[in-house]
Ligand binder design. Sequence first.
Ligand SMILES: Nc1ncnc2c1ncn2[C@@H]1O[C@H](COP(=O)(O)OP(=O)(O)O)[C@@H](O)[C@H]1O
Ligand SMILES: [Mg+2]
Length: 220
Amino acid sequence: MANLALNHVSYTYKNAEKAAISEISQVFEEGKVYAIVGPSGSGKSTLLSLMAGLDLPTAGEVLFAGESLDGLDLDRYRREDISMIFQAFHLFPLLTVVENVCFPMELCGIHPKDAKPRAEALLEGVGITKEQMKRFPAKLSGGERQRVAIARSLASNAKIILADEPTGNLDSANTQNIIEILASLAHEKGYCVIIVTHDSEVAETADVALRMRDGRLRYD
Ligand SMILES: Nc1ncnc2c1ncn2[C@@H]1O[C@H](COP(=O)(O)OP(=O)(O)O)[C@@H](O)[C@H]1O
Ligand SMILES: [Mg+2]
């Protein structure tokens, strides 16, 4: 099973006096939405970057499907096993909406001819119209851009979605819409969705809410 697990994970930045995160243990399963909630500076982004394989813990280990990231090809892991969504969407401004979603498929070796219909189906699935698909991202609203970013994150076969403040730039109606899309991906398609947020509305709708403070998980 392609789950993600943290086993006594700690991380101290170079030259830092104290650990940014300490002794975190948690299993993340497919089919569920997890929210990691906590004030600024509590270690949320550090934890997410360790799960994304952008860096390795200074103590403990991150396990994907039972294997330590330490022993995996991290470039391949980042390309194929996880996908990320960001607060600022991170779409390519000079590619159209549909091209943005085709891009990761082409990186994985899918022929452009096959990538396009698949990209269109993913975009339709998040409510983007045929006409919107031909636009550049700048010609979409914030909520639409985040839906494109979600469609793009589904372009690979990764079953784990890591989202750093995905609703941070959205109003309440769009936040609700993004939460519903992420929840249906977990509950109907079996994705493991891990959302870092300081929005309590997002945390309340998650299946599991994990609270962080001073680099530690609080179990309450
Ligand atoms: N590159 C860095 N070098 C040193 N300390 C850092 C670095 N990035 C973050 N930190 C520190 O690590 C702690 C956790 O930060 P971060 O993970 O960004 O928290 P959050 O995402 O919850 O706001 C904070 O004390 C922060 O100052
Ligand atoms: Mg952060």
